[in-house]
Ligand binder design. Structure first.
Ligand SMILES: C[S@@+](CC[C@H](N)C(=O)[O-])C[C@H]1O[C@@H](n2cnc3c(N)ncnc32)[C@H](O)[C@@H]1O
Length: 211
């Protein structure tokens, strides 16, 4: 069976993403380069479900892009929950803010424009869930920077940790992004402070539990 056929089947048998997110996905494809970076229907519903299960009160996201995953995570939050998301590309700001304002969950989201590594130093707060989805070269740095800001019993999710299968392509020249992901996966695998599992969903999603 074709992967695409299976994906269509899955999408027909899970919750719909809803009108606001469908429009955001469409606009992302129309107006932005590399729209594939957007989480999309299946991963978006998984993120929301994950928030329902783990019930975090405060979420931090590194790498907003057009705001799709931020809105999905925010949708799973309780009324008084909040999400901070950081995006380095200031040209995305107007697009993100417009789409956040069109969603009933946008008011739960605080957008920070800047390099996550600098902004993190200014947001000196604790989070129950952190979603790492920014520059693949910097995943290890992000992990070290956020670790002490994650509550014990909280989670870190890291996206793209199988990097299109490039993590297991021996003999091929390793580019900087693949190296970043390889280093991150090794770091997490050897970290006794956490429990971890990698889901082969889309481009690989690692779920990390802080003991
Ligand atoms: C894969 S996209 C995020 C996709 C989004 N989380 C989603 O699922 O819809 C990665 C984003 O991280 C941003 N980014 C890269 N380096 C960053 C950094 N150091 N700080 C903040 N954002 C960064 C990029 O500009 C890009 O928009």
């Amino acid at each position: 069976m074709e992967d695409e056929e299976l994906e269509d089947y899955i999408l027909a048998h899970i919750d719909p993403e809803g009108e606001t997110l469908a429009k955001l996905d469409r606009d992302t494809h129309l107006y932005h380069l590399r729209p594939r970076m957007c989480s999309g229907h299946l991963q978006g519903r998984l993120l929301k479900m994950f928030v329902r299960m783990a019930a975090p009160r405060r979420i931090l996201e590194l790498g907003t892009f057009t705001g799709y995953s931020a809105l999905c995570l925010a949708e799973g939050l309780a009324e008084d929950g909040e999400l901070h998301t950081i995006e380095i590309d200031d040209e995305l700001e107007d697009f993100i803010r417009t789409h956040l304002s069109q969603s009933p969950y946008g008011s739960r989201i605080t957008l920070h424009i800047g390099d996550a590594r600098d902004v993190l130093a200014q947001i000196d707060q604790m989070f129950d869930l952190v979603f790492i989805d920014a520059n693949k070269r910097q995943y290890c740095e992000y992990y070290d920077l956020v670790f002490d800001h994650v509550t014990p019993g909280g989670f870190i999710l890291a996206d793209n940790t199988l990097w299109d299968g490039k993590v297991v392509e021996p003999g091929k020249k390793i580019d900087a992004q693949t190296q970043g992901i390889l280093d991150f996966n090794d770091k997490v695998a050897h970290d006794p402070r956490v429990e971890k599992v990698i889901l082969p969903l889309r481009d690989g999603l690692t779920i990390i539990y802080k003991k």
